[in-house]
Design a protein around this ligand. Structure first.
Ligand code: C2E
Ligand code: MG
Ligand code: MG
Length: 631
């Protein structure tokens, strides 16, 4: 029974257990379901929130994008404006109310022709975006440049629904682009085309001229004595003159012609479409050249100063397009130099002989470079006399004994040496040789008091160490510095008057003398002369030559002598060839002379033989019939 009961109880417990288990399982399933539902609900909530956030942020992005700095316009498929942003209004001046329902054609300017718009729409109709620069018109009528993109928008079915135009105002960019262009192609002072733009135009002109069988011409224009203006009245006045010259040149030519400034006082005028006949074209060019000469020769008002200037013009025609641009410019430049040489204020056409001269010059330059090392230079000495026909000293004049050409005159090679800078080396050699000679003279009682004049060129004088060069030479050769006379020219002195005075004073401290060479040919003013530590004025030979026949030369010479005395300066006349000239000079108070009347420049041996009549009296008589030597 107990067993049965036990079994029964066991049976009952088992049932209970099963029921409990079942309940637990059901509860678990229910709980799981509830949990799953809760999770799903939470998930949905989160997902919606994320979606909402995404939509929000996308809207925010869209509105930020729409309200960007670029103008945006959205139209329907018929181009009626649906929406514009704030930047659109800022750029165009139209509010959204102004443009609602209208088409973007209200922005159209007259800067583009129909074909421009046709091409634009062809691109867009081809379902592509159009991107480019366009000139549009603001509400206030102002025309401005835009960078524009037009994109067609298609619906799900592929049908066109909208156009979106996005644009930015590029006025500032255009201005700076123009400024950069101006800087690259225009001269900032005169606003004329610069060398680069001239070359560009010349290249086009050469092609066009060849095609149309028309001649063209280049006129190379250089202002005479421009440097003197800069040095005396200052660079500001120089700039004013250049600006006025630019205006005058522009008014002398036709609209299609080019006036360019190459730099400094150099201008180029390019004429196009001249006659196809070279002779006629030359005549047309000459007429314009004359017009330029007349126009630039009229007085200028530079602030308070009335100023007179003249140009020298070199011309070359370029119907024959085989020559390159650089060659043409060079030819016009060569012709301009020729114009300068033939007295300035004139025009010269380029001709092949000029080219030959240039080639010869280039050859001469090469030879000049080796002349010092090859010991081809010599100093010749020309005596300087007083009124009692006593030798006071000499002027050292450079000679180039060329192995093939023989004796080359300094007039031929000194300007070239100056241009190429070779004068520095040459001038140094001259100074050294002159000091050696002075030292030699100092050893002899007969020659101990002779002065020796040495010509100094502008470049040489302007060297920063010129004073120390002279000082070192004086010390090295142990010469009496007051026997060394430096000959300077007026143009050299005026180049930079203040600097000149400083250098001259420093040289004066060493003890050397100064003579102002070729006096009367330059533009010295009394004011400057007074300030220069000069010892002597040397009357230019051009005044001496016609002294006996030309009354005005007589008057000039008289004035120079009186002026020299007034300034307490010694005066010497160069180029004295006749007794008549010497007497006229003497009557006017000039007691020092140099010229063929007394002796030509001769090598030192010959010069010394004149100094020593006992030895070579016959030689001396030939070279210089009337010489006495200093006591
Ligand atoms: P300059 O210094 O005015 O020299 C005077 C020139 O006149 C010399 O010409 C001389 O030979 C010439 N002459 C002298 N007396 C007479 C005369 O009675 N009648 C004529 N018709 N001429 C006379 P040169 O020797 O041909 O020299 C020419 C120029 O070359 C010089 O003119 C000077 O400016 C320059 N030069 C000569 N030697 C040197 C030098 O060593 N250095 C520099 N920088 N220039 C020099
Ligand atoms: Mg001289
Ligand atoms: Mg002279």
């Amino acid at each position: 029974m107990r067993v049965l009961y036990w079994i029964d109880r066991r049976t009952i417990s088992f049932q209970l257990l099963a029921a409990l288990l079942l309940t637990a399982m059901l509860a678990e399933i229910l709980f799981g379901l509830i949990a799953a539902l809760a999770l799903f609900w939470l998930y949905t909530l989160a997902r919606n929130a994320a979606l909402q956030k995404k939509i929000h942020s996308e809207q925010a992005i869209a509105s930020v994008t729409f309200e960007s700095r670029d103008g945006v316009v959205i139209t329907d498929a018929e181009q009626n404006i649906l929406k514009v942003n704030r930047a659109f209004t800022e750029i165009t001046g139209y509010t959204s109310a102004d443009v609602a329902g209208k088409t973007p054609a209200i922005l159209k300017s007259t800067r583009h022709d129909e074909s421009f718009y046709r091409q634009m729409w062809e691109t867009i109709k081809g379902k592509k975006s159009w991107h480019g620069e366009i000139w549009n018109k603001r509400k206030n009528g102002e025309i401005y440049p835009e960078q524009l993109t037009i994109t067609p928008i298609f619906g799900a079915g592929g049908q066109l629904v909208n156009y979106v135009g996005i644009f930015s105002d590029i006025t500032r960019r255009k201005i700076s682009e123009a400024e950069i262009h101006d800087l690259a192609f225009y001269d900032t002072l005169t606003h004329l085309p610069n060398r680069r733009l001239l070359q560009d135009r010349l290249s086009h002109a050469l092609t066009a001229g060849a095609r149309n069988n028309k001649e063209g011409a280049l006129l190379f224009i250089d202002l005479d004595n421009f440097k003197t203006l800069n040095d005396t009245l200052g660079h500001r006045m120089g700039d004013l003159l250049l600006q006025q010259v630019a205006l005058r040149l522009t008014s002398c030519v036709r609209e299609g012609d080019t006036v360019a400034r190459l730099g400094g006082d150099e201008f180029v005028v390019m004429l196009e479409n001249l006659s196809g006949q070279a002779g006629e074209a030359a005549a047309q060019t000459e007429a314009i050249g004359d017009k330029i000469l007349a126009s630039l020769g009229k007085p200028y008002q530079l602030d308070m100063h009335e100023y007179q200037s003249t140009p020298s013009i070199g011309i070359t025609l370029f119907g024959n397009h085989e020559r390159g641009m650089e060659d043409l410019l060079k030819q016009a430049d060569i012709a301009m130099y020729q114009a300068k040489k033939s007295g300035r204020n004139t025009l010269q056409f380029f001709n092949p002989q000029m080219q030959e001269t240039i080639t010869a010059r280039a050859k001469l330059e090469g030879e000049l470079r080796i002349a010092i090392e090859a010991q081809q230079f010599q100093l010749h000495y020309q005596m300087q006399m007083d009124s009692l026909r006593r030798i006071q000293g000499a002027e050292a004049l450079l000679r180039w004994i060329h192995p093939q050409r023989g004796l080359v005159s300094p007039a031929q090679f000194i300007p070239l040496a100056e241009e190429t800078g070779l004068i520095l080396k040459i001038g140094f050699w001259v100074l050294e040789t002159a000091c050696t000679q002075l030292k030699a003279w100092q050893q002899n009682a007969n020659t101990r008091n002779l002065t020796l004049a040495v010509n100094v060129s502008a470049k040489q004088f302007r060297q920063t160490d010129f004073v120390s060069q002279v000082h070192a030479a004086v010390l090295r050769h142990a010469i009496d510095p007051k026997l060394l006379k430096l000959e300077l020219t007026e143009s050299l002195l005026l180049e930079n008057i203040e600097e000149t005075i400083t250098t001259m004073n420093a040289l004066k401290k060493i003890g050397v003398l100064f003579s102002l060479d070729d006096f009367g040919t330059g533009y010295s003013s009394l004011q400057y002369l007074k300030r220069l530590p000069l010892d002597q004025l040397k009357i230019d030979q051009s005044f001496v030559q016609d002294l006996a026949t030309d009354n005005s030369d007589k008057a000039i010479v008289g004035t120079i002598i009186a002026m020299a005395h007034g300034l307490d300066l010694d005066v010497i006349a160069e180029g004295v060839e006749t007794e008549e000239q010497r007497l006229t000079l003497l009557n006017k108070g000039c007691i020092h002379y140099q010229g063929y009347l007394f002796g030509k420049p001769v090598p030192i041996e010959q010069f010394e033989s004149l100094m020593n009549p006992g030895q070579t009296r016959r030689q001396a008589a030939v070279a210089c019939p009337n010489v006495c030597h200093a006591a």
